[in-house]
Design a protein around this ligand. Sequence first.
Ligand SMILES: N[C@@H](CCC(=O)N[C@@H](CS)C(=O)NCC(=O)O)C(=O)O
Length: 339
Amino acid sequence: MPMPQQKDTGYQKDGNFIRPASTFRDFVSKDPASQFPAEKGRYALYISAGCPWAHRTLIVRGLKHLEDIIELHLVGSLKLPAGWKFDGTFGSSTQDPLHPGFTTLRQLYELVEPGYSGRVTVPVLWDKKSGTIVNNESSEIIRMFYTEFDDLVAPQYREANRPGGGLFPEPLRSQIDELNEWVYSTVNNGVYKTGFARTQEAYEENLYPLFESLDRLEAILASHPSQAFLFGDHITEADVRLYTTLVRFDVGYVPIFYCNLKTIRHDYPHLHLWLRRLYWDQGEATAGGAFYKATEPWIKFYGEGYANARQAVVTPESPLIVPKGPAVLMETLKGDEHL
Ligand SMILES: N[C@@H](CCC(=O)N[C@@H](CS)C(=O)NCC(=O)O)C(=O)O
């Protein structure tokens, strides 16, 4: 069947969603002689609270007690082609607090690179002193946050002194990297590849591997039920990276991205418990509720964000995508349930 004419959003090939690589890849360092040395008040984090990649950085900023060290600025809604706006929505101000008069994040990117032609994405780690973007890749920003600001926080919050050796402990690094790789491709980005697919084939090619990976993650947690987290008794990077996708799953990806074979709350008891523990915990392990504080004010808006995003990508000209779920079309009567 010939593909109907579809508007190119710069993200697709043959109906498949392709996420472009991030552009700014410098690092903050604890070395005072480096280009971007860790200093209190020098760096600002720009995020959208709805974005799962940015959400990682907000959680780790909380887990590492960096609230007084790295300031936070929220953008509002994503309106294409202008991109992220400071428009007073979702907790944002009506202009960039650091650059009065700027009403879009694109203006910040263009300040650094006039005529910037790449994607304008969140999160952004901004250096106020040299007036530039240090990094806009969440997986790298969170790794800087683990260690590079440690000389500025209380000794008990430093990675070396954290129970379990911190968020990315040396002995677990290769295992965490290995898990991150398949979780990124089939789960974190897998939900986008499923939801932004513009052909039925691309949708199904990503839907099934997504649920195979959720089954695999469920089995990991089921294999050590007395340990709360993916790598045992302590929260690691792997938990943070999975959390931001799973907390959006039932409210956004199931109904809007058609990731609807199963739900977390109904079909994955171990993942559901893991998710609720992270969300509700207010104790030391979560620095007094870092997951809750970074999620609760915005969870009610996730649906709206994804509905807008999908409509911009899967346009009315796109072929019809037929959702495949739920996996079980009618559940049987259980136990003493009867007419
Ligand atoms: N690889 C990046 C991805 C960031 C990303 O794609 N952010 C989305 C929001 S969830 C964005 O800003 N999209 C705007 C656009 O592409 O125009 C990261 O992990 O930091």
